[in-house]
Write a protein that binds this ligand. Structure first.
Ligand code: PAF
Length: 269
C-alpha cells in the first residue's frame, strides 16, 4: 500500500508546502501526537474534504507534559501510524524534540481567556505547552486550514483564541468526538486501561449525558468506579465562562488507575 512521505525537518516541510502552493493547492494540517486511532483518521478525512493536500504532524510534545506525567510512556508508533494513514495523508511531519526545541529555545506562548480554569487547575503547564507547539507547527506549515478534535474542547477554544489573537490566516476546524460503541471518547491514552478500568471508563459518557447537576455527575463517576474526579463543570459552550442562557457544555476529567480521562458534550437545551 502507498504511504505518505515522512519528513523530519521544518525546512523539508516548508519545501513541500511551497511546491504545493506553486501548483495552487490548498493545504491542510492535522496536528497529532501519534498513536493514531479512528478519531485521528476521521480528522484526516475531514481535512481531505477541505484541502487538496493533507499534512499529518506526529510529535509527542514534551512542553505539554509535567515531569510527573506520562511523556516517557506515551505510545510512539510511527511505523503503524504511517501504515494506518496509508495514502490518506500526502506528508507526515515527524520532527525530533531537537528540531522543535533546539538548544537555547526560550519562548513560551501563554494564552489567557479560555485557558483559565478546568484543565489549567490540574495541569497548569498544559496550555502554554500546547500553544507553543501549535504556534510552531502552524508557522512551519502555514496551512490554509487546521483541524482539532472536540474531545479536547478547552484546547480547541484556546487554539482558536491563539490563531485569532496572532492574526494567523488559518481556518481552525473543530471536529466531533469519535466514540467507542459504549460511548468512551477515543484517545491514545485509552491504551493504558486494563480490562476492569476500560469497563468503568465506558460509563463516563452516559454519566455526562444523563447528568442533572455537576455534583450529581461527580458522585455518579465515583460510584461507577473512578478513583477521583478532577472536575465536572457545566459552562458556556463558546467561552467556557459561567453557563448562561446560551448553548452549554458539560466537561469532565476523572482518573482511573494511573490514567486520566477527559470528556465533554453539548447539553441539549
Ligand atoms: O491534541 C493533541 O494531540 C495535542 O495537544 C496537539 C494539539 C497535537 C499538540 O501537541
Amino acid at each position: 500500500m502507498k504511504t505518505a512521505e515522512i519528513v523530519t525537518s521544518v525546512a523539508a516541510l516548508r519545501a513541500h508546502v511551497s511546491d504545493w502552493r506553486r501548483s495552487g493547492a490548498r493545504v491542510g494540517l492535522v496536528p497529532t501526537m501519534g498513536a493514531l486511532h479512528a478519531g485521528h483518521l476521521s480528522l484526516v478525512e475531514t481535512i481531505r474534504s477541505r484541502a487538496g493536500k493533507a499534512i499529518v504532524s506526529i510529535f509527542v510534545n514534551p512542553a505539554q507534559f509535567a515531569p510527573h506525567e506520562d511523556f516517557d510512556r506515551y505510545p510512539r508508533t510511527l511505523e503503524t501510524d504511517t501504515a494506518k494513514l496509508g495514502d490518506a495523508a500526502d506528508l507526515i511531519f515527524a520532527p525530533s524534540v531537537k528540531e522543535m526545541y533546539p538548544v537555547g529555545f526560550a519562548t513560551r506562548i501563554e494564552v489567557g481567556g479560555p485557558s483559565q480554569g478546568l484543565e489549567t487547575d490540574f495541569r497548569p503547564h498544559f496550555f502554554s505547552g500546547v500553544a507553543t507547539i501549535v504556534s510552531k507547527l502552524l508557522i512551519a506549515a502555514m496551512p490554509d486550514v487546521a483541524i482539532f478534535g472536540e474531545k479536547d474542547y478547552q484546547q480547541l477554544l484556546v487554539i482558536r483564541r491563539l490563531v485569532s489573537d496572532l492574526a494567523l490566516p488559518i481556518e481552525i476546524v473543530g471536529a466531533p468526538i469519535v466514540r467507542e460503541p459504549d460511548g468512551l471518547a477515543m484517545s491514545s491514552r485509552n491504551a493504558y486501561l486494563g480490562e476492569r478500568e476500560r469497563a468503568i471508563a465506558g460509563k463516563m459518557n452516559a454519566i455526562l449525558r444523563n447528568a442533572t447537576s455537576e455534583a450529581q455527575a461527580r458522585q455518579a463517576l465515583l460510584e461507577a468506579g473512578f478513583d477521583s474526579v478532577d472536575y465536572v463543570a457545566i459552562r458556556d459552550a463558546a467561552t467556557l465562562g459561567p453557563a448562561g442562557d446560551g448553548p452549554k457544555r458539560i466537561l469532565a476529567a476523572a482518573k482511573i488507575g494511573g490514567t486520566r480521562l477527559i470528556d465533554n458534550m453539548e447539553i441539549q437545551q
